[in-house]
Design a protein around this ligand. Sequence first.
Ligand code: HAM
Length: 423
Amino acid sequence: MKNTLISSVRGMRDILPEQIGCWQQLEKTAADCFRRYGYGELRTPLVERLELFSRQLGENTDMVQKEMYRFVDRANGDEVALRPEATVSTVRALLADDRQRGGTVRVWYGGPMFRHERPQKGRYRQFHQLGAEALGSTDPALDTEQIIMLARLWRELDIGDQLRLSINNLGSSAERARYRDQLADYFNRHADRLDSDARKRINTNPLRILDSKDPDTMTVAASAPRLAETLSDESRRHVETVKEKLAAAGIEFEEDPMLVRGLDYYNLTVYEWALAGDTRRQNTVCGGGRYDGLAEKIGGRPFPGCGFALGMERIVDLMKPPPLAAADCFLAVTDGDHATADTADRVAENCRDEGLSVWRHIGGGNLARQLKKADSMGTALVIIVGKDECAGGYITIKRLADGAQQQINPAQAAATSKHLLQT
Ligand code: HAM
């Protein structure tokens, strides 16, 4: 019986060598950008205790209710989850590290996150984020610096003109709790005009109704009481300062009173970068904000902070793929005897010692076929190792661009290749 090929898990994708160029460019550019703002890299586990997420992200959020990859570790009965995001893990890790007491700490992270969402373009069950968190201060300068850092990242990736920034003020958690009641009251009075999803959320998470994409619900939401109207002067001042500093830095943004974000831990500043001119939810490429009460909810000391995460799949989609890097040399081997093969291996290793990349042909075939393969791969040089030539103590190096060809002693292969590549 023929076996059928086992497929990957739905919503989880391979990133192939042809696609990796943009990913590496994004990782490198971001790491360098974050470094220049004083962020150090933090790596946390992919698996955490379930309660870390269920309490902190909000019992009534979609993420906890429907999207979490959670399971019982059969070996010890522990309830664990694959991380759906990395902010709470970051705060947990920094609280556990006693050296972080006092002062501000800035960290960045990257890697896979897991959410059991309905897969579609730009939305996957395993996806990748790059994020940064700064803790230890309530100063709005920290929020602003992160947004300025992101604007720099977009500029350096050459995607800035495709993105727009939206900002909102969620107030303090007490203000939001009061507003939540007010909102639930309003939506209860208009429940008959809401879609079924929104109706379910009235008493659990009415703020999320504000960023519904259902047209009827949007109409009702447009006339709902505004959080901004209920905020204290102190809360107002924080986000006003952020906005003033952004304007001074020449960063354009729009205020969006409907922007609430999908996680419960936020207060004051929240923001999202989305594709300009596109309103679908999965076109948000980056989101973040302040979460001053999160550390205490995890059981730690007061440790206010703010941060963001960008969706790597969505950013990569906007980037121009860099040209594929072909190997420097194609090493053609025309005869299969041991001595020729040994010479070929030695030449390849010598070239690699000198930093050159060498595709050593394996698998036979005549010279014409091998040269055709070298041509299709786009290597700059071909090194030909044949039995008769080896016996005569030489090999051939050819530069494909102009046909320049030399016969040399195998020991000179690396130096000659380097010379041909540079001239
Ligand atoms: P988030 O908005 O849930 O925030 O995710 C951040 C970004 O991850 C989104 O804007 C999107 O680009 C990407 N993303 C989310 N879900 C998916 C998915 N299923 N497939 C592909 N991309 C996705 C957070 O995760 C917060 N931890 C951000 C943060 C950090 N806030 C403060 N600090």
